[in-house]
Design a protein around this ligand. Structure first.
Ligand code: PSV
Ligand code: MN
Ligand code: MN
Length: 412
């Protein structure tokens, strides 16, 4: 097959560096990235939701848009759903509708933060009635997951307190464990519970699952079907996320990612838009773990999910750009000369080891990705192809501008 411009020269350079280019391309073709239903609807901040012309208004339109992302990227066949943001009467019907678009439903996300009942928390709430309600909702989500053919229950809790003394930290921990034990016991074999942490917001004094260590402890109490989910926007500034990733992979407890990027807090911007080097370093750990027999199984099961909410940008194009940026980081991580890295590390050659990473990071992998897409029967530039397709204009005409409610993703 004829190469794309620049590909032959790059392939030669890489081969000279000892890179198995065919193996790298095969890995890139195998990569799968899940997109979130809530990323396709109107969303915003507490200040304003700017409605986007043609933004999806319901789960059926969200799936249609996700199918377009998959059509142009070839690597996004699954879509995460959020309940009850995604309102559905017939779950089997939804599964069939997704299949008719070439998609499957991915992670099922219960919503345990937007009801009046949850003012003081969900599973950590002092009132057993509210905790019961939260558990019932998670059990309902397990049933939904079974109906739509999903094997991931993805949990994030807004539980926390706003003032010192408001509640008892340890009592809340026990309440959470009791609730999650019941949910865990009801999961069918083969289903995984991914536990997401976040250090603040909406709670401002303490959050019950504030960091990876707390999520890890809960997961180990529950059992092997429980793992940790790393949302890249959920850490204090300066946190070494790639270290957390490596540590969890080594413990067999890294279950998945919510990819996004941020400048300040949980900004949910396009993946890799602010700090692409950090994204590369995360993928560097994932590739290293994939290639190590001790961690390969865990690494291969990691669910790569995007969790973004788009405020001022077109939703579908933002999603495609995120996918491209993830592929770029993965491609660069696949180019790291692992043997040279190990030798430099063992010799204590600090800067040579660092340079091995820089050599991979600074490689322009665009011709490589373009070639991979061509070999997959895709347009080499998914963003340009999407823009040319006229889909955005078509849905803008057909759907018009939805009246946006104020507030958070899912509001439509
Ligand atoms: C919370 O900030 C979070 O990252 C959780 O994953 C939610 O489910 C999602 O955002 C909603 O956008
Ligand atoms: Mn998230
Ligand atoms: Mn978040």
């Amino acid at each position: 097959m004829a190469g794309v411009p620049g590909y032959e020269a790059l392939a030669e350079t890489l081969a000279r560096r000892g890179v198995d280019v065919e193996a790298v391309k095969a890995a890139l073709k195998r990569q799968r990235i899940e997109t979130p239903s809530w990323g396709y609807g109107n969303s915003g901040t507490r200040f304003k939701v700017f409605p986007w012309p043609g933004a999806a208004r319901n789960i059926y339109e969200k799936l249609a848009d996700a199918a377009v992302v998959h059509r142009f990227t070839g690597v996004c066949p699954t879509v995460a759903i959020h309940i009850p943001w995604d309102k559905v009467e017939d779950w089997e019907g939804l599964r069939q509708y997704a299949a008719s678009l070439g998609l499957q439903i991915g992670a099922v996300n219960p919503n345990l933060f937007q009801d009046d009942d949850y003012r003081l928390g969900s599973v950590c709430h002092p009132d057993p009635r509210v905790r019961r309600r939260a558990v019932e909702h998670m059990l309902e989500c397990i049933e939904i997951a079974e109906k739509v053919g999903s094997s991931i229950l993805s949990l994030w809790f807004a539980d926390g307190t706003n003032y010192p003394g408001q509640d008892d930290f340890r009592a809340r921990k026990h309440r959470m464990l009791e609730a999650l034990s019941e949910v865990y016991r009801r999961m069918p074999p083969g289903m995984r519970m991914l536990i997401e942490y976040k250090f603040f917001e909406p709670a401002f004094y303490h959050t019950d699952l504030a960091d990876w260590g707390m999520a890890y402890v809960i997961a180990t109490h529950l059992g092997p079907q429980a793992q940790v989910l790393v949302d890249t926007g959920h850490h204090p500034q300066g946190t070494n996320i790639e270290h957390i990733v490596a540590f969890l992979l080594d413990e067999g407890r890294l279950g998945g990612f919510h990819f996004n990027n941020r400048k300040y807090a949980d900004d949910d911007l396009i993946v890799g838009s602010i700090n692409p080097f950090e994204l590369f370093l995360i993928f560097n750990e994932l590739v290293a773990a994939e290639q190590d027999p001790r961690t390969a199984e865990t690494a291969r099961a990691v669910a790569y999910m995007i969790d973004q909410s788009h405020n001022i940008e077109p939703k579908i194009e933002a999603m495609i750009q995120s996918v491209v940026n993830i592929q770029t980081a993965y491609a660069k991580a696949l180019l790291v000369d692992r043997q040279r890295l190990r030798e430099a590390q063992e010799a204590g050659d600090v800067l040579e080891a660092h340079r091995v990473l820089l050599e991979a990071y600074e490689t322009d992998v665009r011709p490589l990705l373009a070639q991979v897409r061509l070999e997959m029967g895709l347009d080499p530039d998914p963003v340009a192809a999407f823009r040319r397709s006229g889909y955005a204009e078509k849905v803008a005409r057909e759907r018009g501008i939805a009246v946006a409610a104020s507030g958070y993703p899912g509001a439509s």
